[in-house]
Ligand binder design. Sequence first.
Ligand SMILES: Cc1ncc(COP(=O)(O)O)c(C=O)c1O
Length: 473
Amino acid sequence: MTPEAFRSAGHALIDWIADYRAQVADRPVRAQVAPGDIRRQMAATPPDAPIAFDELLTALERVVVPGVTQVQHPMHFGWFPSNAALSAVLGDIACSGLGTLGISWESCPALTEVEEAVCDWMRQLAGLSDAWQGTIHDTASTACLTSLLVARERRSEYSEFAGGLQMLDRPLTVYASDQAHSSVVKAALLAGFGHDNLRLVASDPATRALSPDALEQAIEADLAAGRVPAAVVASLGTTGVTAFDPLPDIVRIAQRHDCWTHVDAAMAGSAMLLPECRPLFDGIEGADAISWNPHKWIGTILDTSLFYVRDPLTLNRVMSTNPSYLQSAEDGDVTQYRDWGIPLGRRFRALKLWFQLALDGPEAIRARLRRDLDNARWLEREVAQATHWRVVAPRTLQTVCIRHEPPGIAGEDLDRHTLAWLRRVNRSGRAFLSPAQLDGRWFVRVSIGVESTTRAHVERLWRILRDSAEEAQ
Ligand SMILES: Cc1ncc(COP(=O)(O)O)c(C=O)c1O
């Protein structure tokens, strides 16, 4: 494709995206397709001759759009918000259009230095001290894996440079709450700790935050059995009910046992932009690493996961590679982000954040987060006051965890009822929510935070929920 052909197709694509985004609210929220519907519309063999761009755009509309669950829809309340601010979309297009190669400082000095600057802007906006230095990973899952690899190496005298984990005669252990995200468990397993050495420590039954006493006991038991505690993952804003683990206690315990503390604040980290929410993050300055995803609530589009460490040298020692074909005269004077994570080749993701901050501005982002918190407060009050409805866990941010509990229905019958009214809502296409379990029983999470969701949408949702729960009885 020539630049001129790109210009004309690109204009058409931008027009198409602008129309699409302007009309998202007219579409069903959940993709109204059955498994295999989309695949059947894709040719079995690759294209053998080029087609016109218009034809491709028509196929995008016909094949792809019906298969999209509209997470940008104002009636989307599922999982966590996965906003894609149009200002960040422009940054993403610039990233692709520049066609950069991020494998070393030399391969694109701007990629490295804009990322350094933008990570530092986000640090300042989050109220973190200047002891932190950051980078951008694709996801919180990758950030947590990276962090646990560092924890493992730090506690095994950098075994990777000798016999690896296989040379250790005492197993390394890692700790997280029983409410931690599945990506934390996955990271611990992939980092080689092994399931037998992963402790999912009991959380407090009321707050669902990790119990420091239980953590202390688990570490003491492992020490007594000759194991070596290596890392604690603190969850600030769990996925189920947005619980905040008691970080000051965790840091104190972890430091006493020379453990690495990783903070998983994938969703809730965005709340650090609000000074009034910062007390939720007390203790953060004692942690070793923190990751949070501007691609969730703030809206910087997947894949933008910030990863900050206080000691980049330890991280670099574990992640560094320096083959002859990547060396340049500036090595030693510059940051090599390949030494901050797993991949060699990196995208120019910082442009998404830069564009969003420059075009929307932090104050507008803060106002939106505050609006969502207000809406969640409103819904929480409505549910708490409604007959036969219950808020099943304390609300800390923008997710309200609820259940309809009609008289005479309990146990598995209550589960069936919960899933029945939830599916009724989701299949209708009018709104979308996701369920989760607490103590083995299903409840529904109302996760407020799509960029276009206003109070009127939340009020409409509440009417839909009450109607669907009545109809499902
Ligand atoms: C608390 C928490 N941690 C980690 C993750 C994983 O995030 P990612 O998709 O960026 O790997 C999520 C995803 O929702 C999450 O809620």
